[in-house]
Design a protein around this ligand. Structure first.
Ligand SMILES: [Zn+2]
Length: 295
């Protein structure tokens, strides 16, 4: 199909971006509300279910599931956290190189998981380079399978296949392959980037008409198919999550003072420090997650 695209038509693109920037935050809020409305409350049973938490980067486990982890650990239920990449790519800095940044984030993640009550022996780092999951799906799938077979968790938690970050989507893909759901543990996906920015898989080169349709259609479709589960956070679980997030100083403060050092500010964090966390059930029969790339 030919016609103006979001990436090539100057005036059309600017009008589109202006309209989308106004509408998108409203749709994100409506999408979150709809997921909450549809969610099945599993607070009563959550503490007793052991789980394996898969995080593409150090901090995702806390953003997406920190309160739930604290609740489980408070009840003495086992939680094992596998952090797949080393997070070396979160910031380009003149003062801290990728290897040093990876070491900082590793130490932060150990303290953060400690704040959530996770035993240090149950925090595992696979140390893939950040951005490297998609090209090593089989290896990650095998690692997840080995963890599941060894520890036999009730649930496996992974980042959502709706997140726009390729590492997040790729890890969801690996988890769906390793945990198909027909037997063994249940797979649930925790939203991080789609929770913050919306569930759009907007691709460069998509036509304006396609983009406009997707602006409404994708949130509706994903809300209908997500089958969310909600777990409420007690005050002490929320406090543990806040304390864990504070351990990620490289992500929540300007560690070097460089002007382009991005931080997760209070506005961003407030979307995750809510009185409940939501987890999405992967669509039935879908073991794949499409790559986030041009069609
Ligand atoms: Zn991440």
């Amino acid at each position: 199909m030919t016609g103006p695209t979001a990436g090539s038509d100057g005036i059309g693109r600017l009008r589109w971006q202006a309209a989308a920037s106004v509408v998108k935050p409203l749709i994100v809020q409506a999408w979150r509300r709809e997921l909450r409305r549809r969610a099945v409350d599993e607070t009563a049973s959550a503490a007793q279910r052991s789980c394996l938490v898969l995080a593409p980067h150090p901090d995702d486990e806390t953003l997406g599931a920190g309160s739930l982890i604290a609740r489980k650990r408070g009840a003495g239920t086992r939680v094992r956290v596998v952090i797949v990449t080393d997070g070396r790519g979160s910031h380009a800095s003149e003062l801290i190189g990728p290897r040093a940044l990876a070491a900082i984030r590793r130490a932060e993640s150990r303290r953060a998981c400690g704040a959530l009550g996770v035993d240090p022996a149950d925090v595992v780092h696979l140390d893939l380079p950040e951005g490297g999951i998609a090209s090593r799906i089989g290896e990650v799938q095998d690692a997840v399978t080995a963890e599941v077979e060894r520890w036999e968790p009730d649930d496996v938690l992974v980042t959502s296949g709706l997140d726009w970050h390729e590492d997040h989507r790729a890890l969801a893909r690996a988890a769906r392959l390793a945990v198909p759901g027909s037997s063994g543990p249940r797979l649930l996906e925790y939203p991080v980037w789609c929770w913050a920015d919306g569930p759009w898989s907007v691709r460069p080169g998509r036509s304006l008409r396609q983009a406009a349709r997707a602006l409404v259609a994708e949130p509706v479709t994903t809300a209908r198919s997500a089958h969310p589960v909600a777990v409420r956070a007690g005050q002490r679980h929320l406090e543990a999550k806040r304390a864990a997030l504070a351990e990620y100083r490289s992500q929540t403060t300007n560690l070097t003072g460089e002007p382009d050092w991005a931080v997760m500010d209070e506005a961003f964090l407030s979307a995750f420090l809510r009185p409940e966390e939501l987890f999405l059930t992967p669509p039935t029969g879908r073991t794949t997650v499409s790559a986030w790339s041009a069609p």
